[in-house]
Design a protein around this ligand. Structure first.
Ligand code: SF4
Length: 413
């Protein structure tokens, strides 16, 4: 998975956001039209920016659209604002829309974003009004800025220079499996079921295999028959033992699907460490905040009937039979914490702030289908209400025993 810095282009309708996007990408990534509200949704372009590396550019709808569709658009703009690393604030000096500019800047500062201003000149005389605008909204003076016409291709170099000079890239990818050592074996326990897509591994599994190989380790996959393992079928027990016995050197760590934790807590030999794909993924996507997710699971010790747990799964795959998020985890909650209510969000869905207030705990999947920036935005949203957030792998280990959770955290020291 490529880590990308996210640059969002924001402003009011017709400030020239799409033209700026096209200037950066040097192509018609965005439709440019003087009809207000041309950018119906957030448009995304992936590209490489020399000096920064891989970036995701987002061209957003105008912040000042007021009809019903506009309200929906505005929520998408807010989501983009929370997700991006750099805010490129485009202002047409002739129609500055200062109320909206102020709103965007307030959210940007609250969310800790870096901000650059671009005054987009539709005529040369517009530049003269910049000082007047900054006198009306003095906070504009504190941001690095430039004046240009986004329709002039020769301005691209100066715009990129503004970004390169002032933007501090935030991408600092966390190591996926920091404990991997060269020339050591690592077992990937992958119990395939009806939900497993044909022809490929799930993203966390593929990422783990690639990471171990890239770091000169030896990934070895095992397809556990979970049904047979749970019924203590001697065929599966013998198969597992024979698999473990076939290594000339003991494997270092088993990385398992979290749903197999009820088996793996007792099937893992004492001299091999154990963790889960989900724990690996949430540490990676949250940029090393595994300890916070592990501490948050303690909220279960004091949860009361009637309180609500939100299960957040970043996938939109079709869910069949024993789905982990919609069936297995709710079943465990019902069994261990009767009377506790469960809500779900899937894919990019995320509750509005007013909907978060009643949530007592969030259990999030590994989040491999959203960006680390979106994960960070979710953590900030929850932090504002003091809502703890834990993870599938941590939850499924914890309900097997506190010692089991310690076991899966051990490789992470
Ligand atoms: S988004 Fe979540 S549920 Fe889907 S594959 Fe990634 S970690 Fe698993």
């Amino acid at each position: 998975m490529t880590e990308r810095d996210i640059i969002g282009i924001f402003g009011t309708m017709n400030a020239g956001k799409s033209s700026l996007m096209n200037l950066i990408t040097q192509q018609e990534s965005s439709i440019v039209d003087s009809t207000p509200g041309t950018t119906a949704d957030t448009r995304v372009t992936l590209m490489e920016l020399h000096g920064i590396g891989p970036v995701k550019l987002m061209d957003t709808a105008g912040y000042d659209e007021s009809d019903v569709l506009g309200e929906k658009k505005r929520k998408k703009v807010d989501a983009a604002l929370k997700e991006c690393d750099l805010v490129l604030m485009v202002i047409d000096p002739a129609n500055p829309g200062l109320a909206e500019v102020k709103l965007i800047l307030n959210v940007s500062l609250e969310e800790g974003k870096q901000v650059l201003l671009v005054y987009n000149l539709f005529s040369a005389s517009d530049e003269a009004t910049v000082a007047f605008i900054e006198a009306k909204l003095p906070e504009l003076k504190s941001f690095p800025k430039m004046c240009l016409s986004a329709l002039q291709p020769e301005k691209r170099a100066a715009l990129l220079e503004l970004i390169l000079t002032n933007y501090i890239p935030k991408n600092n990818p966390t190591e996926l499996l920091p404990f991997v050592q060269p020339d050591e074996f690592y077992i990937l326990n992958i119990p395939m079921d009806e939900e497993t897509p044909p022809g490929r591994y799930l993203r966390p599994q593929a990422m783990a295999e690639e990471y171990i190989t890239r770091h000169w380790g030896f990934p070895v996959s095992y397809r556990m028959n979970l049904g047979q393992a749970r019924s203590n079928n001697p065929i599966e027990i013998t198969r597992w033992e024979s698999f473990l016995g076939s290594f000339g050197r003991r494997p270092k760590v088993i990385i398992t699907d979290s749903q197999a934790m009820d088996i793996m807590k007792s099937w893992t030999p004492a001299d091999i460490e154990l963790t889960t794909f989900s724990v690996m993924m949430i540490n990676y996507m949250s940029r090393g905040k595994l300890n916070d997710f592990a501490a948050a699971v303690r909220a279960l010790d004091t949860i009361k009937p009637g309180e609500t747990i939100l299960i957040a799964e970043a996938c939109n795959h079709s869910r069949i039979k024993e789905d982990i998020g919609t069936v297995q985890i709710p079943n465990w909650i019902q069994k261990k914490y009767p009377g506790v209510k469960v809500q779900h969000v899937f894919g990019r869905e995320w509750p509005e702030p007013e909907e978060l207030e009643n949530i007592r705990l969030v259990i999030h999947c590994g989040g491999c289908m959203i960006t680390p920036q979106r994960m960070a935005a979710r953590l900030r949203d929850l932090g504002k209400f003091g809502i703890p957030i834990t993870n599938y792998g941590i939850f499924l280990s914890y309900i097997q025993g506190k010692n089991v959770l310690e076991q899966v955290l051990k490789p992470w020291k």
